[in-house]
Design a protein around this ligand. Structure first.
Ligand code: GLU
Length: 489
């Protein structure tokens, strides 16, 4: 059997974690099985459609680096891949169902259906009362020919059960009487409902496996009946475990970011997001946390999906982000962080010049291990690009020292700046240790006033790297300003 799967979003909202998880699992399954992954736009709900959501869909998957083999933008043998461009197809198949006695015309007005709904409120009976189900086909055809407004409904076989085997959940059996009675397939304006378009397209596009969120499980018995009514073999269904917040409720805005746009703005890397999302309800290799997309594609198995809901853990995702930040080269990380630095005003509102860019890139090793998210980067290295405010004298003074001693230590440290500026970090460290020993002072006591003078703070990224990037002249200037302040205190 040729493996073919699809991601079939309705462009009625931004792409979020749940949708991306569905798309990713479909992608991985296709890749693991040498099959095809297609994108189909289910834009039948024109009232909630927004072109912006289509753009968001493309942007999101481009950013994530998750391509499809067939789709509206790349084409393919089963197009068009946009449902609004396929309306005649659905109308034709709906007519076929009527001709075969598996569907029927319904002439009930919206008012009648509303009155029915109200009358049944609170009772166990729900949905349509099947009034038009037993009209004679000849009468119904006459009324249609006379131009009477109508829909097409599915004729659900009564007194039967519908069963299918979900790849993950096992055998699912529904009494047909428990399924929404004879749902509309084709609306009075000729538009298909989700069920009609979805089933026809999955069949015509040769979809072998439907991997979708568990919220669609209640629709599946209906879909199976539709496949049978058309005389088609249903695909294999596999309903993916829910994604929950840590409180056990369905993941939503209340828990934090859910749209990929938000994660992107908050400085998550696409690799981190993909890696983490891939673990929401699936397992791969024992003892391995980090996976490339290539590895995930190799190891993905439907048999390794979990039945129980996946819990979305923002802390775990942050950990993944840290790991991927640490794996970036200086140049890569600088490029990713640059937009955040520009908008944070790191270069004083100017377009960064070559010198700025070089210093920015050189600063990456100083903070790579100290940030979880890209937007944290500019704040951590601000002091390299603009003069930090000189803190109060108290900030400079090491424990058990006083002001004159601090001035002495800073003056001593000043003497090593020229040498340190030309040294690699490890060399600098050995050098300054030896100097502290020789002078009979504690290393920490020698470093503290220097650190405060150069970075404006007692806590900062590595000092020797900072001196190297600042250069001897700027470092000495900062120390002199600090000494002047201390002298006047
Ligand atoms: N258009 C549906 C959605 O937005 C597709 C459901 C399915 O995969 O069948 O999720």
């Amino acid at each position: 059997m040729e493996i073919k799967v699809r991601y079939a979003p309705s462009p009625t909202g931004l792409q979020h974690i749940g949708g991306v998880r569905t798309a990713l699992f479909n992608y991985l399954f296709a890749r693991s099985a040498g099959g095809k992954f297609i994108l189909r736009l289910e834009d039948t709900d024109r009232t909630r459609f927004d072109e912006g959501f289509v753009k968001n869909l493309y942007d999101t998957f481009q950013w994530l680096g998750l391509p499809w083999d067939e789709g509206p933008d790349v084409g393919g043998p089963c197009g068009p891949y946009v449902q609004s461009e396929r309306f005649q197809v659905y109308a034709r198949y709906a007519q076929d169902l009527v001709s075969a006695g598996k569907g029927y015309y319904c002439f009930c007005s919206a008012e009648r259906l509303e009155a029915l709904r109200q009358a049944r409120e609170g009772s166990s009976e729900v949905g349509y009362d099947r009034r038009c189900r037993d009209l004679s086909p000849a009468e119904a055809a006459d009324r249609v020919a006379a131009g009477e407004t109508h829909t097409i409904r599915l004729k659900i076989p009564l007194g039967e059960t519908t069963r299918f085997t979900d790849q993950l959940l096992g055998d699912i059996i529904w009494k047909n009487e428990d399924i929404n009675p004879d749902p509309v397939l084709l609306k009075s304006d000729g538009f298909p409902t989700y069920h009609l378009a979805n089933v026809i397209d999955d069949h015509l596009m040769g979809i072998s496996h439907v991997l979708r969120a568990q919220e669609w499980l209640p629709s599946t018995p209906l879909h199976v009946i539709m496949y049978r009514s058309f005389g088609w073999e249903p695909p294999v269904f596999c309903h993916l475990p829910m994604v929950m917040g840590q409180d056990g409720k369905k993941l939503s805005k209340r828990h934090g970011a859910t749209s990929i746009d938000e994660f992107r703005k908050q400085g998550y890397l696409p690799e981190a997001l993909l890696n983490y999302v891939a673990l929401l309800g699936a397992s791969y290799q024992e003892g391995q946390d980090l996976y490339t997309l290539q590895e995930l594609s190799e190891f993905f198995r439907l048999e390794k999906l979990n039945k129980s809901p996946a819990v979305f853990d923002y802390k775990k995702l942050a950990w993944y982000n840290e790991q991927y930040i640490r794996r970036k080269s200086d140049a890569e990380l600088a490029e990713l962080a640059l937009p955040y630095a520009v908008s944070a005003g790191l270069f004083s509102g100017q377009k960064p010049g070559a010198e700025h860019l070089r210093a920015f890139q050189d600063a990456m090793p100083l903070i790579r291990e100290r940030v979880s998210f890209l937007p944290e980067i500019p704040g951590k290295i601000q002091y390299l690009f603009s003069e930090p405010a000189i803190p109060s004298a108290a900030e400079f003074i090491p424990k058990k020292a006083d002001l004159p001693k601090t001035i002495e230590l800073l003056t001593l440290g000043r003497g090593f700046i020229e040498t340190l500026a030309g040294m690699a970090d490890s060399e600098g460290e050995n050098f300054i240790k030896a100097q502290a020993e020789q002078a009979g002072v504690k290393l920490g006591d020698l470093m503290m006033p220097l650190r405060v003078a150069l970075t404006g703070s007692r806590i900062s990224p590595p000092l020797f790297g900072s001196i190297r990037i600042l250069g001897a002249k700027r470092s000495l200037d900062r120390i002199d300003r600090a000494l002047a302040t201390l002298g006047n205190s």
